[in-house]
Design a protein. Sequence first.
Length: 456
Amino acid sequence: MLVPAAALYFFSLPGLSRPQGRLLGIFAGTIIALVAQPLPMGASIVLALTVLALTRTLPAEKIFSGFGNPTVWLIFIAFLFARAVTATGLGMRVAYHFIRRFARSPLSLAYSIAAADLVIAPFIPSDTGRGGALIFPIARGVSSAFGSEPGPTARRIGAFLMLASFHTNIVASAMFLTSMAANPLIAGFARNVGHVELTWMRWFEGSVVPGLLTLAIVPWLLYRWVRPEVRDTSEARELAGSELRRMGSLSRNEKWLLVILLGVMAGWVTTPLHGLSNTFVALAGISAILLARVLKWDDLLAEHRAWDALVWFGAVLMMADQLSEAGVVQVLSQKLLGLTHAMAWPLVLVALVTAYLYIHYSFASMTAQATALYPTFLGAAIAGGVPPLVAALPLGYFSSLNAAMTHYGTGSAPVFFESGYVRQSDWWRIGFQVSLVNLLIWMGIGGLWWKIVGIW
C-alpha cells in the first residue's frame, strides 16, 4: 500500500491545490491497495491513516471521524445478522423450501433459487456470503443430482444453474440497502455529496419493479441462451425434501431469529412513522438476538469480517467525506461533466451510468469501484442537472449490477466460475448480454417507475 501511496503523494490535477492533491493521492493509493490487496484491507487502511497523520494531511479528530458514522455501524451490524442466519441454518432451510415447493422445471428451479436468495438478501450484506456459502452449494448439489458435471455433461443443467444463480444473486444485491456491503456506504456518499437521504425503504421503492422484472426476465433469457438438456426437475425437489427432513423442524434459535428479523424488517419499512434510523433499528435486532441467546457475545466477537469492515469502511468513508468537504469531488465532477456538456439531463444520466457500468471491467470489487468512483459520478450527474435522488439511485443500483460481466467482478463470481461449468468466453459473452438487458430494464422501465413513484 505504501508504494502506490508514495507514488500518488504529490498527485495533482489542474484546479487542485497542493493539500487537495495530497489528500486525493493518499485516497487513490488506498483504493489501489484495496483492489490489488498487497496486504489485508484492514492493514492497508491502518497504514493509510498513519500516512494521513504523518503528512499532516488531516488532523486526528477528522482521521477518526468515520468510526462514529451510523452508516459504518449499519454495515457492521448487517454482517452480524449474516452470521446468525448462517449459524442457525435458517438461510439454507429457506432455500430448500423454495426448491421443494416451486422447482417443476429447470426454469422454475432457477426462479426458486432466485426467490430464496431474494428472501435472505436483506439480512446478508454480501453477494459472496449468500452466493458462495448458501446458493452455490445448493446449485452444485442439484447439478450433481442430475449427473451434470463440469465437462461433457455441463449443459445437462449445471451451466444454466450456475449462470442463473450468479446473475440473480447480483440483482438481489442491488435491490436492498442492506443486501450488499457497499450499499450503506453509497447511502453515506449520497448524503454528503448530493444531500439525499437514501433510507432502506426509499432504496427498495426504487428497485422493486426493475429488480423483480430483472429476476423474471434474466433467468428466462439464460434458459434460451444456455438451453439445459434436463426437462423434469423432480429429483431436485426430492433432494430438497430429504435435506429438510434431515434438518428437522425449526429449532428454537431459528424461530427466535425469524421473529427478530421480521421485526427488523418492519422497523426499516416504518422508519417514517417512528423516526429511528436504520442503524438503531438494526442495533435493536442484534440486542434481541443476544437477549434471546440465538448467538452469544463471543460469537459476535468471532465475526472477524464485521470487525474488518468496521475498520476499513469507517476509514474509507472518512476519506471520501474529506474529499467532498475539501472540494476535490467538485473539481473532479466538473471535469467529468465536461464530457457531457450541453446534453439534456436524462442523456447525462444515461451516459454516466453506462460509463460507470463498463468501467467495472477494470475492477475486481463492487465496493472498490463504489468507493473510488461513486462520489465523482454522482457529483458530475448533479452538476449536469440530474435531480439528486434520480442520480443517486441508479448509480447505487449499478454498483451491484456492474459485477455481472466478468468472472472476477465480485467475490461470488470466482466461486460460480471456478466450478468449471461455463467457459470464460461464454461467461464474458453472456455477461455482456445481461449488462445490456440490465441497462434496458433499469434505465428504461425503471425510469418510468421512478416517475410514477415520484422519485423525479
